[in-house]
Design a protein around this ligand. Structure first.
Ligand code: SF4
Ligand code: SF4
Length: 133
């Protein structure tokens, strides 16, 4: 499918680019990022496909994909990318947009006391960093 100039100037893309510092149009869909992603086997939508959704203006599909939450911010993708596109920055931007819209993924009051006793502190800190704003 051909991508129009208007699609790439869409407000949502501009917002993702502002937050992430990455140029969405720089990606030419070679797929090297997804081929080296250690979390790819857990993802129904691969990392480069999330970028494609953005190219095509399908922001809801990108925002609703579990992929953005499964990304471990390991930077394997950016080290393989011929365009030096840092996907982990883009994933972070998509998570932030979701969280800022009030769609919190983790609410302290919903965590059971029993679970709190068992879970390591580091897990909490990293979970709150990622899943709350
Ligand atoms: S490796 Fe880079 S250019 Fe290739 S699909 Fe991934 S982000 Fe796009
Ligand atoms: S930063 Fe995210 S998308 Fe990139 S390789 Fe790591 S887990 Fe995959």
């Amino acid at each position: 499918m051909k991508i129009s100039r208007e699609q790439l100037r869409d407000n949502f893309i501009v917002k993702v680019e502002e937050i992430s510092g990455e140029k969405i149009s720089a990606c030419y869909q070679c797929g090297k990022c997804s081929a080296g992603c250690p979390m790819a086997k857990e993802m129904e939508i691969l990392p480069h496909q999330i970028i494609r959704y953005l190219h095509l203006g399908a922001k809801d599909k990108a925002l609703n994909a579990r992929t953005i939450w499964l990304c471990a911010s390991c930077h394997s993708c950016s080290s393989r990318c011929p365009q030096s596109f840092d996907l982990s920055n883009m994933m972070e931007a998509l998570r932030l947009i979701t969280l800022r819209a009030g769609n919190l993924k983790l609410r302290p009051e919903e965590i059971s006391a029993e679970f709190l006793k068992k879970a390591p502190q580091q897990a909490f800190i990293s979970a709150f960093r990622k899943y709350s704003n």
